[in-house]
Unconditional design. Structure first.
Length: 88
């Protein structure tokens, strides 16, 4: 399954000019492991992508199959930095 990355794009609303940074992440296996470096590192790397690619005023959306549940260190680490809206 190899190295897992995040795909991202910035979208700009044509009428009001607002922007959104959308980040999609497919998490590492095994489930809840966070990969070789662990869940905290995975969360940190996702936050780095958002900080590097986003701009002030952007709406941030992080989505994907994290291969992790709400109790994982990846998700728990992200919750300290992001406003949680939806989890299925």
């Amino acid at each position: 399954y190899g190295h897992r990355v995040a795909q991202w794009l910035r979208l700009k609303h044509k009428t009001n000019g607002m922007t959104m940074l959308f980040v999609n992440h497919h998490g590492p296996l095994s489930v809840n492991s966070g990969g070789t470096c662990g869940g905290v590192s995975t969360a940190h790397n996702l936050l780095k992508v958002m900080a590097k690619r986003g701009q002030e005023g952007d709406l941030l959306v992080l989505a994907g199959d994290f291969n992790a549940n709400a109790a994982s260190s990846t998700v728990q680490s992200l919750w300290h930095h992001l406003h949680h809206v939806y989890n299925s």
